[in-house]
Ligand binder design. Structure first.
Ligand SMILES: *Cc1c(COP(=O)(O)O)cnc(C)c1O
Length: 395
């Protein structure tokens, strides 16, 4: 697959389209072919063209892995069957007796795999407020081997200073792992800020069309790259060729999609903040949001996830029943606007007490702003608020 390498001199918008392995050298096809094969003919013992078995290596997956490595400015990328498979492979880098410090609002599934799968094997975790550097430092002991952060974190959009936390981690010889799902490399590149490992649920913005489930991991260090390659092959949670192709296809339009996502989100954050139905808006693009300056310094935009607290005068069940254009559903990052109820959906696996402590209250709504017409989205919210108010006043 020796195709022309466009190299890193390209701007992100171009790299999204031409990065990794661009097209097919043999036929000139501009789209990377789907190599739907499990195995490869070997000319003789020990003679092959670089591929032996598709769990170990597949040209379509390889094109995607090279692409995400370039986009994140790492040296090696790995594609998995889901974000959780990618995170699981990364967690397998650690051993019994090790401890990880994790952001207080990490993705519910990340918390669940740590608590229910890895803890019984002896891998410990502790939840810390990674937006406070002093708190992180006070929790570091000899068993701590890594920090696992999301910034902005889900669903309260808490911003962590990735460069500062990575520097602190380096000082204590810890790895920094960043879940970059909410930002994508178009908006934020954690490896350039000092992080060691980036993980993605590519199911979200990278895929972008709510039509596949996929995960990615990227590293810079060659020893880490070798260990992750080993783990990917040994445990086998790989992304299949068709979904690898679909994800490459999604990534090509990431810049135009995200530019529109950002425009719509800025408009809707202001709309929500001014609306009497809304008690509080969480969005790192609002100038008085805590972490606004850090977000501006480390990312190209605030993303398109907005969380807000519905006033108690409004019935939350009626709100979710009443949205029409906006879909009630799990997930985020697709072209269509989605709302969810973190307390009973994405963060239900987090115990009630912890949820309340970190601010995931029952009136909290998370909106993944799509790329529809922004006024249509606002009108849909407005109509649902009206229904939610009359549901409450009529009971
Ligand atoms: C969705 C998500 C995951 C899990 O990814 P899957 O592709 O659903 O397995 C991990 N982290 C974040 C931030 C997510 O939003």
């Amino acid at each position: 697959m020796a195709n022309q390498q466009p190299g890193n001199h390209l701007h992100p918008e171009s790299l999204l389209i031409h990065g990794g392995i661009d097209g097919d050298a043999r036929t000139g096809a501009v789209s990377v072919p789907i190599y739907q094969t499990s195995t490869y003919r070997q000319a003789g013992l020990g003679e092959n063209n670089g591929y032996e078995y598709s769990r170990t290596g597949n040209p379509t997956r390889e094109a995607l892995e090279k692409l995400i490595a370039e986009l994140e400015e790492g040296t090696a990328g790995f594609a998995f069957a889901s974000g959780m498979a990618a995170i699981t492979a990364v967690l397998l880098l650690f051993r019994s007796g090790d401890k990880l410090l994790i952001s207080s609002n990490v993705y519910g599934g990340t918390f669940r795999v740590l608590d229910k799968v890895f803890k019984p094997f002896g891998l410990a975790y502790e939840i810390v407020d990674t937006s406070s550097l002093g708190t992180v430092e006070s929790r570091i002991d000899p068993t701590v081997k890594a920090l696992l952060i999301e910034s902005p974190a889900n669903p309260l959009l808490t911003v962590t200073d990735i460069a500062a936390v990575s520097a602190l981690a380096k000082k204590h010889h810890l790895l920094t792992i960043v879940d970059n799902t909410f930002m994508t490399p178009y908006l934020q590149r954690p490896l350039t800020l000092g992080a060691d490992i980036v993980v993605h649920s590519a199911t979200k913005y990278l895929g972008g069309h709510s039509d596949l489930v996929a995960g990615l991991a990227v590293v810079k260090d060659s020893v880490l790259a070798e260990r992750l390659a080993f783990l990917q092959n040994a445990t086998g949670g790989i992304l299949e060729p068709f979904d690898s192709w679909l994800l490459i296809r999604g990534i090509k339009t990431l810049s135009v999609r995200l530019d529109r996502h950002l425009e719509n989100a800025a408009f809707l954050a202001t709309f929500l903040r001014e609306h009497p139905a809304v008690k509080k808006v969480y969005y790192p693009g609002l100038p008085d949001f805590p972490g606004y300056d850090i977000q501006n310094g480390q990312a190209r935009g605030a993303g398109a996830i907005i969380s807000f607290v519905l006033d108690e005068q409004y019935d939350i069940r009626a709100f979710f029943k009443s949205v029409r254009l906006i879909t009630l559903g799990e997930s985020l990052g697709g072209v269509e606007s989605l709302v969810c109820h973190p307390a009973s959906m994405t963060h239900a696996s987090i115990p009630y007490e912890i949820r309340r402590k970190v601010g995931i209250v029952d009136q909290l709504i998370r909106l993944s702003v799509g790329i529809e017409n922004k006024q249509d989205i606002a009108d849909d919210l407005q109509a649902a608020f009206r229904q939610a108010l009359s549901a409450k006043t009529s009971t």
